[in-house]
Design a protein around this ligand. Structure first.
Ligand SMILES: Nc1ncnc2c1ncn2[C@@H]1O[C@H](COP(=O)(O)OP(=O)(O)O)[C@@H](O)[C@H]1O
Ligand SMILES: [Mg+2]
Length: 253
């Protein structure tokens, strides 16, 4: 079954058609990139898919269920997680606590038992801590677990954001320009990490301007330009598509 199905999505801001009639289908376990020049509508599409924005037209299902009208945290609980174009961490908290807080979206005991410090709550807190430590290991941040998040170099903060998203147990993870501000070595490590996330069976929807990353990791690419979908397919075909080359004219593809 298609994991995420966005069909004929349109959304305008004032007179600007940020998205017109855009369809996007994500299959389980695939890495799908959303690319296009600045202002193409990529982040807006993320905001629609994660229910931050409500589209004016179109339908949207996740795991076969309509999600239009749901709140972002409800969609997170269904198994969709994201990172943002601008880093959003709890800067003064430790790396470990940042991940634990994210994992708590799966809490079953609720705030009352947390306040009362019940045995069930203590067991759950221990479980989240172990889960967070495992995730830090997976993402390569174990040695920074007790560091204050804002003290990490930029590339590691971006990785921490991904760890936080993974802590919610997503089936689909959306990454908005994860290599922004990364150096070459960090970018190569991120390519590796995306492949590892995919190996765990999760689907990845990636917004990325670095074509080296896109061509390397994507099973499928969807290209937006000025709010419209202009191409879609495997990397080898999209890279040769005349409409795509035209949209990127003057930019490196
Ligand atoms: N909240 C908003 N209010 C008004 N205009 C917006 C808003 N968000 C995006 N836009 C406009 O929608 C278009 C697409 O933006 P965006 O989705 O951020 O593009 P991209 O991520 O591809 O660079 C741009 O013209 C942008 O100015
Ligand atoms: Mg954007």
């Amino acid at each position: 079954m298609t994991l995420l199905n966005a069909d004929s999505i349109s959304l305008s801001f004032g007179g600007v058609a940020a998205l017109s009639d855009v369809s996007l289908a994500i299959q389980p376990g695939e890495v799908h990139s959303l690319i296009g020049p600045n202002g193409a509508g990529k982040t807006t599409m993320f905001n629609v898919v994660t229910c931050i924005y409500r589209p004016q037209c179109g339908t949207l299902t996740f795991r076969g269920e309509n999600i239009i009208g749901l709140k972002p945290h409800q969609v997170t609980k269904m198994g969709m997680a994201r990172t943002f174009q601008n880093i959003r961490l709890f800067g003064s908290m430790t790396v470990l606590d940042n991940v634990i807080v994210a994992a708590c979206c799966r809490s079953t005991t609720g705030p009352l038992s947390a306040m009362l410090g019940t045995p069930g709550m203590k067991r759950e807190a221990q479980k989240f801590r172990e889960k967070a430590l495992n995730l830090l290991e997976f993402i390569g941040l174990s040695e920074h677990a007790e560091d204050v998040a804002s003290s990490l170099p930029y590339g590691l903060q971006r990785r921490l954001e991904i760890a936080r998203a993974l802590a919610t147990d997503p089936e689909l993870i959306l990454l908005d320009e994860p290599t922004a501000g990364m150096n070459d070595a960090e970018t190569m490590q991120l390519i590796q990490l995306i492949a590892e996330i995919r190996n765990t069976g999760k689907a990845v929807l990636l917004i990325e301007h670095d074509m080296k990353v896109v061509m390397n990791v994507s099973d499928k690419i969807t290209v937006l330009d000025r709010g419209k979908k202009i191409a879609e397919g495997p990397p080898s075909l999209v890279a040769k598509d005349p409409a795509v080359i035209k949209a990127y004219l003057g930019q490196e593809l």
